[in-house]
Design a protein around this ligand. Structure first.
Ligand code: SAH
Length: 223
């Protein structure tokens, strides 16, 4: 990532960023590499200017189209669970959204394959990450519930919108040797964040914590 403070506002919020990182530490995030990336990523560039003063609070923020930029704690928690067994070479991200999680992944893994169903969000994210000189991300406009089969299998899959149940296609695109998926599952009243680890034909599931994500929807929005 190049020139983290594209418009200078990041500099003035140094202390606010430090406060965010301390808060994440207090909440149990212990990976120093993930904390360092979160500290350096300019989250204010991923929200509308009117909201940028809130960019370093530990809350979800709107990004348009009824979608939200995930809360930093959840991004950190999901990334930590994904990478807990070591560095990942190839990661599939379902739900590019603003590109915030995409940027964080791009700093920590070999290559990110990011799928989004709303063209306008994808375009915006792609342009911003290009400005930040991020080069190890490939984008696809499609229904990510089907994964991105031709690019798989993936060492890691991270899903940032919640399906009612884990899509079979995503399970089958996990690497057979310890492929890891972090995914919220459930309806609007109750969702759980799951970690699924694949070994051959077996899938071990672990419930990480209750969460609230926007729903995983089908089809694409091209306009
Ligand atoms: N990680 C994003 C979170 C965005 S919210 C960020 O940090 O900004 C979830 C995103 O998932 C939305 O952009 C939504 O459009 C997208 N989404 C929902 N269902 C999808 C699907 N079936 N395929 C791809 N993307 C989907």
């Amino acid at each position: 990532m190049r020139d983290m403070d594209l418009d200078g506002r990041g500099m003035t919020s140094r202390r606010t960023r430090d406060r965010l990182i301390n808060r994440l530490r207090d909440q149990g995030i212990s990976s120093e590499s993930i904390l360092t990336v979160l500290q350096n990523v300019p989250r204010h560039l991923f929200v509308d200017e009117a909201l940028s003063h809130r960019a370093y609070e530990d809350t979800a923020l709107p990004i348009g189209f009824n979608q939200t930029l995930s809360q930093p704690y959840i991004v950190a928690r999901m990334t930590e669970a994904l990478l807990a067994a070591g560095r990942c070479n190839k990661v599939l991200e379902v739900g590019t959204g603003s590109g915030y999680q995409t940027l964080i992944l791009s700093e920590l893994v070999g290559r990110v394959y990011s799928v989004e169903r709303i063209a306008a969000l994808q375009d915006k994210a792609r342009n911003l990450l290009r400005k930040l000189s991020v080069r190890n991300v490939q984008y696809n406009l499609s229904d990510g519930g089907y994964g991105w089969e031709v690019m798989g299998p993936f060492n890691g899959i991270i899903v940032t919108a919640a399906p009612e149940k884990v899509p079979e296609e995503l399970l089958s695109q996990l690497s057979r040797k310890g492929g890891r998926m972090v995914i919220p599952v459930g309806g609007s009243d109750h969702q759980e964040l799951l970690l699924i680890v694949r070994e051959g034909d077996s899938y071990r599931r672990e419930i990480l914590e209750p969460v609230r994500f926007v729903p995983l929807l089908s089809g694409t929005v091209r306009q």
